[in-house]
Write a protein that binds this ligand. Structure first.
Ligand SMILES: [Zn+2]
Length: 65
């Protein structure tokens, strides 16, 4: 489930992470119960995210010239 914030599937602790964090850290650990979570199945979303980041950077560089 994506959109309502990420919680630990084992202890339900809100992880306080967003999509950008998951893209950069596809495997993270719950601070509460130390369960390891893998978000590698989000590859499609990761691609979209990186594409958007690139577009933002392109816009930024065209403004800074
Ligand atoms: Zn947990």
């Amino acid at each position: 489930m994506i959109g309502g914030g990420f919680v630990c599937p084992s202890c339900r602790t809100p992880l306080g992470i967003d999509l950008g964090f998951i893209i950069e850290n596809p495997v993270c650990q719950c601070p509460s119960c130390e369960a390891i979570m893998s978000f590698e199945y989000n590859e499609k979303i990761a691609k979209e995210y990186r594409k958007t980041l690139k577009e933002i950077e392109n816009i930024k560089s065209s403004f800074s010239v």
